[in-house]
Design a protein around this ligand. Structure first.
Ligand SMILES: [Zn+2]
Length: 147
């Protein structure tokens, strides 16, 4: 199927939902096989219909008609992390800035910032963002800003 190959190539054979590699040679009927996810882009409704993303079949199925769940990395030390999908939608729509997580140290916050920007470069490539770490209340706030 040419669409699958085109979308797979463009997304570098990486699932946009779980961020894990997708095997292009796996059966499309297997859970870890490739599938094309359509119409769930956080961008505007008009453009969403045209945006297709590569996903594992299982990730795509689990998503169903509800919003995709994009998990924060378990390697990060973040307290009360914001839901990534909702935050991206809001920043895309309204711009501005949001506190997306609180961290116990500046180093942890910087690490989370680097991870988040990298993750968003694949999940929401159309949204340009910058991060900022701010000290407050004995913790460090990770701020995500639309630019
Ligand atoms: Zn996946």
């Amino acid at each position: 199927m040419s669409t699958l190959n085109e979308v797979g190539e463009r997304d570098a054979w990486r699932c946009w939902l779980c961020d894990e590699p997708v095997d292009p040679d796996a059966s499309v009927n297997s859970a870890r096989g490739p599938s094309v996810d359509s119409g769930a882009s956080p961008k505007s409704k008009k453009a969403a219909a045209a945006v297709q993303r590569l996903a594992h079949r299982a990730c795509n199925t689990r998503k169903g008609s509800v919003k995709p769940v994009v998990p924060w990395s378990p390697d990060l030390f973040v307290v009360e992390p914001a839901p990534i999908v909702t935050t991206v939608e809001r920043l895309t729509r309204k711009g501005g800035r949001e506190v997306v997580a609180r961290c116990p140290s500046r180093a942890e916050a910087e690490k989370a910032a680097v991870w988040l920007v990298d993750r968003l470069s694949r999940f929401a490539p159309e949204l340009a963002v910058a991060t900022q770490v701010e000290a407050g209340g004995g913790q460090f706030l990770l701020v995500l800003r639309a630019v």
